[in-house]
Write a protein that binds this ligand. Structure first.
Ligand SMILES: Nc1nc2c(c(=O)[nH]1)N[C@H]1C(S)=C(S)[C@@H](COP(=O)(O)O)O[C@H]1N2
Ligand SMILES: [Mo]
Length: 246
């Protein structure tokens, strides 16, 4: 996606650079700089946003680099009753609502998403628990879906929820990045249950925990203070940084 079409997507609000560098200054995790660690993380965030202001791609690999084993962790088979019935019918009844500050709220089936332009990327996933692995992911760029529903100019964060209660938020700098995709495929096949079927997020420039699995809902918002304890994500409430740039 070109700089021009990204600007058009934002229709009249700040440019992507503005959304990242300036908008980043009041990112949720930075609103409470209580400890020296918060300060250093905030500084890292600001410096990385400056260095990444031209939105470079995370490194992509060739098929030969794909890891023979890609670990699965935390939730690997959600016990939500609705999820279990949906799994039985191959997620044909599953829908992803996209709501909030958008011009045309809608719910998308897996078939709808598969009919949209797809991107495949082979990338390195790094987990905060000390492992990393390379896999290929196929899905629709989040930027495409957001353009499809039409982001309102006031929208500044995208809140995403999962069936197991995980939720997180992303500023537009990350949400509109070309490698931020809603993946339904892994290594050339369907996305396995353990890796987040029917749909997971891939946010390639941050640690693994930002790449939510088992997506249930996407919402465009102006602020995230009203969600949970106001720290911008479930993991932030557990003490991990909201911004997990690597
Ligand atoms: N909904 C949900 N998303 C999640 C998790 C989870 O438990 N539930 N774990 C996160 C963490 S810490 C990592 S490293 C990756 C793991 O993805 P994988 O199981 O496909 O390796 O998913 C992330 N997304
Ligand atoms: Mo992780």
């Amino acid at each position: 996606m070109t700089e021009v079409s990204r600007r058009r997507l934002l229709t009249g609000s700040a440019s992507v650079v503005g959304a990242g560098v300036l908008g980043g200054c009041d990112a949720p995790a930075l609103s409470r700089l209580a400890t020296p660690y918060d300060w250093s993380n905030g500084l890292t965030f600001a410096v990385q946003r400056w260095l990444l202001r031209r939105q470079p791609l995370a490194r992509e690999f060739g098929p030969d680099a794909i890891s023979a084993i890609f670990p699965t962790i935390n939730t690997t088979d959600p016990d939500d009753p609705g999820y279990r019935t949906s799994k039985l019918v191959g997620f044909t009844d599953w829908k992803l609502p996209v709501t909030g500050l958008v011009e045309r709220p809608a719910a998308f089936s897996l078939a709808d998403l598969k009919a949209m332009p797809a991107r495949t990327q082979i990338t390195l996933h790094s987990c905060e628990q000390g492992w990393s692995a390379i896999a290929g992911w196929t899905g629709v760029p989040l930027a495409h879906l957001l353009a499809h529903v039409g982001l309102k100019p006031e929208a500044r964060f995208i809140v995403i929820r999962s069936v197991d209660g995980w939720w997180d938020s992303y500023d537009l700098f990350d949400a509109l990045h070309p490698q931020t995709i809603l993946a339904y495929g892994m290594n050339g096949g369907d996305l396995p249950i353990a890796h987040g079927a029917p749909l997971r997020l891939r946010v390639e420039r941050q640690l693994g925990y930002k790449s939510l699995k088992y997506l249930t809902r996407i919402e465009a918002v102006e602020r995230v203070d009203g969600f949970g304890k106001g720290r911008g994500s479930m993991v932030a409430e557990l003490g991990f940084p909201w911004y997990a740039g690597i």
